[in-house]
Design a protein around this ligand. Structure first.
Ligand code: RFL
Ligand code: PHB
Length: 396
């Protein structure tokens, strides 16, 4: 079957779904093709912190109602080190805050909006191929329920994540990768336990990094630094809790509440940028083009910022016949991407212990945290990056 549309979107993660919704609201047609099942995509546990601008974009996309009801506004964050817990007050320093709302909830809301729009979204597509993007007739081929389909489109949006097919379809000479791997991973859990702090706690200890976060008034989300090759069965629940206590507990007696662990996973860490983000009629967005280590909570927010730019550029093209924003897409996005890379790298190196680190490095990290939490200038810099750099002004 041949399907005709304006924009073919590969991938139904936050980037692809949000792009589809923003285009729909402006009357631009799209077809979304996703290789996983609907249940898998909705249940995939990942990010949780939405920047101010991401929340605004969800509203603009008409999917802000549940986020408003259930999202948890966080006006600051704690940094724990050397037995102390110091607060950075985002609201006071920048007038902005972040919102804790699970990525899977974002995805659930966007899938509902997609269904309501009546525009097509194919789950469990196989053999997805991205073709002809350097010609005037790009296509996406895929198999679905044993039938072969071809989408004939004007543009392709490659929103298929780090391991997707879009970036892999580029000829090697057409792009460049900037990359860094880390000898670190995060073990993440979800537990049925009431959060014992109203705000996140990022902690550096001699035993490594730990992070206290949450999903709801009844669910705590916790992470601890581990080695990338560690098997999950080396971490029975009791060991996880003991390790979290010894890394997170502060001299004032604060520590996380315990409860039944109902989800566990280990994720490696990398920094990655593919340049440029546009190849003819193929536009990469989100994790397909870049990955950041999760310490700065930037991955999902960058994906949202990319599709905000891309949706604006498609609108300028379809509604005003203007190609200038499409031409500027890669450079516009990369400026923000590199700033987020810088911030994520800085947060990661300030808060984790690498195998090659010495006692000197640890004392240096403690001094950095001590400086950060006592200098209004340093706190303001951290707060403006964490809550999200403004869109206006980034290109000034
Ligand atoms: P996704 O979410 O990976 O979605 C890509 C979609 O494409 C599909 N796909 C294909 N579809 C068709 N054909 C193919 N050949 C395909 N190959 C793949 C996939 O099944 C998938 O549905 O990318 P997207 O949309 O760019 O979104 C990016 C975010 O998911 C990611 O950056 C964040 O999760 C990163 N991240 C965080 N970001 C934040 O902003 N704040 C956080 O607090 C935060 N915490 C995290 C994180 C990521 C984590 N992990 C697990 C990597 C915490 C963790 C632990
Ligand atoms: C989360 O709640 O999943 C979370 C919070 C902050 C991060 C990363 C993940 O930096």
């Amino acid at each position: 079957m041949t399907i005709r549309t304006q924009v073919a979107i590969v991938g139904a993660g936050p980037a692809g779904l949000l792009l589809g919704q923003l285009l729909h609201l402006r009357g631009i047609d799209s077809v979304i093709v996703e290789n996983r099942s609907r249940e898998y995509v909705i249940e995939r546990v990942r990010a949780g912190v939405l920047e101010h601008g991401t929340v605004e974009l969800m509203h603009e996309a008409g999917v802000g109602a549940r986020l408003d009801r259930e999202g948890l506004p966080h006006r600051g964050v704690y940094l724990a080190f050397d037995g102390q817990r110091r607060r950075i007050d985002f609201e006071e320093l920048t007038g902005r805050h972040v919102t804790v709302y699970g990525q899977n909830e974002v995805v659930r809301d966007l899938i509902e909006a997609r269904s309501a729009s009546g525009r097509p979204l194919y789950f469990e597509a196989t053999d997805v191929r991205v073709l002809g993007f350097n010609t005037g007739r790009p296509t996406v081929e895929f198999r679905h329920h044993d039938a072969t389909n071809e989408i004939a489109c004007d543009f392709i949006a490659g929103c298929d994540g780090f391991r997707g097919v879009s970036r892999q379809s580029l000829p090697a000479a057409a792009w460049r990768a900037y990359e860094r791997e880390y000898p670190l991973a995060w073990l993440g859990i979800l537990a049925h336990a009431a959060p014992s702090s109203e705000e996140l706690v990022y902690s550096l200890s001699e035993r490594g990094f730990a992070l206290f976060s949450m999903r709801s008034p009844r669910v705590t989300r916790l992470y601890l630094q581990c080695a990338p090759d560690e098997p999950m069965d080396a971490w029975p629940d009791e060991r996880i809790w003991n390790e979290l206590d010894s890394r997170l507990a502060t001299d004032d007696g604060w520590k996380p509440n315990r409860g039944e662990i109902f989800q566990k996973g280990i994720t490696g860490m990398r920094s990655f940028v593919a340049e440029p983000m546009r190849h003819g009629r193929l536009f990469l967005a989100g994790d397909a083009a870049h990955i950041v280590p999760p310490t700065g909570a930037k991955g999902l927010n960058l994906a949202a910022a990319d599709v905000r730019t891309l949706a604006g550029a498609f609108c300028a093209w379809y509604l005003d016949g203007c190609a200038r924003l499409l031409e500027a897409y890669s450079a516009t996005c990369l400026r923000r991407v590199w700033r987020a890379q810088r911030f994520s790298f800085w947060m990661t190196s300030m808060l984790h212990r690498s195998p090659s680190d010495t006692d000197f490095d640890y004392r240096r990290q403690v001094a950095e945290l001590d400086y950060l939490t006592h200098s209004r200038a340093a706190m303001t810099s951290m707060a403006e990056n964490y809550t999200g750099l403004p869109f206006e002004g980034l290109n000034a």
